[in-house]
Design a protein around this ligand. Structure first.
Ligand SMILES: Cc1ncc(COP(=O)(O)O)c(C=O)c1O
Length: 331
């Protein structure tokens, strides 16, 4: 059997859960990157959640263990979820379905042909079917997904709708576990920096580490992501969260100058690849936080690397930028 359901009698959390990833993920120091951005050599660490294992890795697997676990326990035969064409969550839902023997339908914003590389190419390999929703807003995407579920039910299927970005109260549990790993790995942690998209990742970290220890860098996926974080973490609207909104630039999916520079700097000082939409923005936010004193030398900071590498290859501007970084050798 390729999966493990947790035993509700012995597992500390009562909800069903499938094991899809390799935990705990490693934590590594990044002394050269730390020095390059004005921190001490021992100040900056990287939580390698890009190494979660399944389907190319990344943060979404931790959430899918819970959301797909619930679907599986309910007897679903098809996972349906929504996202942007280069959604990492959609790619990992496709991988989870493939591993568990469930069909997957991805309801994606846009139309076929705009881009077929990056995550979309992997969606194809994992055997997911794609329903293009056109240029719709979030409500339109949700309606299109509800329609697909209805069609599947009419045909005798048992679809389960996995929320946008895998984010929900249930999905956030996966990131509470990451926060617990971090507390063990870096007991004197002051700030965990993470990309903030649909909110579940930050919500789980906040649950485990407390609101003051998590800095979310908004990538521009939602109009008010802090509302989503509070909802998924079960916090009142009065709860103050640390969120930076200065890295959105011209909007979600665009390549900002600060993000491009963060990609190059991280690659050349840590040998790590970030992506243009999430982790590159998060690193640009970390660098900005050091510059304005929100993160200080002498404090222990962890950058949560949430994955997203396939998205680099699905982002035409990022590929052009990276190609432009090639340095010709001259004797
Ligand atoms: C690589 C990567 N990092 C970070 C995030 C943000 O996570 P969340 O949607 O839980 O806020 C996402 C999700 O969209 C992602 O794909």
């Amino acid at each position: 059997m390729m999966y493990v359901m947790s035993d509700p009698h012995t597992h500390p959390h009562s909800a069903p859960h499938v094991e899809l990833a390799t935990f705990p993920t490693p934590v590594e120091p990044a002394p050269r990157l730390a020095a390059a951005i004005g921190l001490g050599p021992d100040d900056l660490w990287i939580k390698r959640d890009d190494l979660t294992g399944l389907g190319g890795g990344g943060n979404k697997i931790r959430k899918l263990e819970w959301t797909v676990g619930a679907a599986f326990a309910d007897g679903a035969d098809t996972l349906v979820t929504t996202g942007a064409p280069q959604s990492n969550h959609a790619r990992l839902t496709a991988a989870a379905g493939a591993r568990l023997g469930l069909d997957v339908v991805l309801v994606l914003r846009g139309s076929p042909g705009a881009s077929r590389s990056g995550n979309l190419a992997l969606d194809g390999l994992f055997g997911a079917r794609i329903a293009w929703a056109g240029e719709v807003d979030q409500a339109g995407l949700d309606r299109a997904a509800a329609e697909v579920c209805e069609q599947l039910r009419t045909a005798g299927g048992r679809p389960a709708l996995i929320p946008f970005g895998g984010s929900s109260v249930l999905g956030a549990r996966g990131y509470a576990r990451c926060g617990e790993e971090l507390r063990q790995e870096l007991p004197d942690l002051r700030t965990a920096v993470v990309a903030l998209g649909s909110g579940g990742t930050m919500a789980g970290l906040v649950t485990a580490l407390g609101p003051d220890a998590v800095l979310g860098v908004d990538v521009g996926a939602l109009p008010e992501p802090a509302l989503a974080v509070r909802e998924f973490a079960g916090l009142p609207t009065s709860e103050v969260l640390r969120v930076r909104r200065d890295q959105i630039g011209d909007g979600y999916g665009t390549l900002t100058t600060a993000t491009a520079e963060a990609l190059t700097l991280t690659a050349r000082t840590a040998g790590l690849v970030l992506d243009p939409t999430y982790t590159g923005r998060a690193m640009a936010g970390l660098i900005a936080a050091v510059q304005d004193g929100d993160i200080r030398p002498g404090e222990r900071t962890v950058f949560v690397h949430t994955g997203g590498l396939p998205g680099l290859f699905g982002h035409a501007d990022a590929v052009t930028y990276a190609e432009g970084q090639v340095v010709p050798y001259e004797a």
